[in-house]
Design a protein. Sequence first.
Length: 321
Amino acid sequence: MKLDLKLYRGYVNEQELVVNGHLFKSLSPDRYRLDRRGIKHAVSVFQMFRIKPLKNIKVKLKFKHTEVSTKTLKDGYFRFNIPFDEPLEPGWHQYTVSSDFQGFGIIEREELLKPYKSKYAIISDIDDTFLISHSNSFLKKLYVILLKNINKRKIFDDVVEHYRELSLAGQDSEKASNSFFYVSSSEWNLYGFINDFAIMHQLPKAVMKLKKIKTGISDFLFTGRGSHDHKFEKIKDIIGFYPNLKYVLLGDDSQKDAEIYERICKIFPENVKAVYIRKTRKKQKPEIVKILKNIESLDVSVCYFKHSHKAIEHSREEGII
């Protein structure tokens, strides 16, 4: 039997530490190969959704002088929200999680983030914000997921430049950077796919927050669809966890990003510096224009753009980068 433990990047402040992951009886969903093309790649994608999470199994976290155990939930998910007040330098730090099941033991390592002193933190959507996904068209989206491996997937022009400049804005040291969070309606099944894509294109290293994992091929057809309210909750959690930071929010007009960001701006009137919404079609959507005008009335800078060089110009004009 194969036991697989998948960890995600965690984060910590002066009082609390957050680490999460999944435990599987079969292969974790990101065990695919970059050299597969066409039908072979499609089969690999289907395998991402043919997983068997393990519920109510003990997992143990070790980080610095902290050791604590919990058990997995029904979908194999676990999360440690624990008090933590040890002195810790800003940056990325390694942690470990281990588990035993029916005589099979496993231990994995991942990293967690202690933010550097920052001018801004950046929260970005993924699909059609930096990764071209065709969310407006079900058939196109299905086609690129099934038949385009990550080395064949496309990124919008100038996104990397914009994100790198946002990452370094206000930092005096080459080592330091502003914190990035990628929040998406894609499921945890696609974590490895998204992370490898970000690494391939040298996007800023980020904490990722995705949607509840799916465990069947039939679920695959609905990937990224349904309610997007979880994105609101996850963004609210991030800002609540780091309430002394100013945030730049980036999304697109293919789903509900503008509406979600409007709610965030209303709830956190002192925390959002700017909202960027990518236009996914030729014309602006009147309902998005209306929402952005309302966000602007909350003293938040807005930019509704088609090409990232316009977003870069706006960030420079606003003194963000």
